[in-house]
Design a protein around this ligand. Sequence first.
Ligand SMILES: [Zn+2]
Length: 125
Amino acid sequence: MIKGTKLYSILGNKCPRCHEGDFFITKNPYNLKKFDKMYERCTVCNEKFDKEPGFFYGAMYVNYALTVALGVGWFILIYLMYGFDPMIYVVSFSIVLLITIPWMFRTGRLVWINFFVKYKKDFVK
Ligand SMILES: [Zn+2]
């Protein structure tokens, strides 16, 4: 992945400003005890992650959009495999949602903060 792109920060769990420091404490979204723990500030460039109280409420909208996109994609996949069967869709999508919760949570926050913070190659500490 190319450093300097938003995708690098979002998929690589990197600070949106310097793309060097980590955003979440653990790299593994399935470490269920720590998957939601973020650094308060970037360990490399000192960028503050939680901009203001409630800043990450907006990440819920991103999460919603990601969930809808996943739901539509999953529906198409199930439709192509089994035809129109709502029961298979509901049960299998519930399982997919449960499995992707930690990843969705983290991706929602990373996308949200990347809306507001621009990458700076030469950051001042
Ligand atoms: Zn940084």
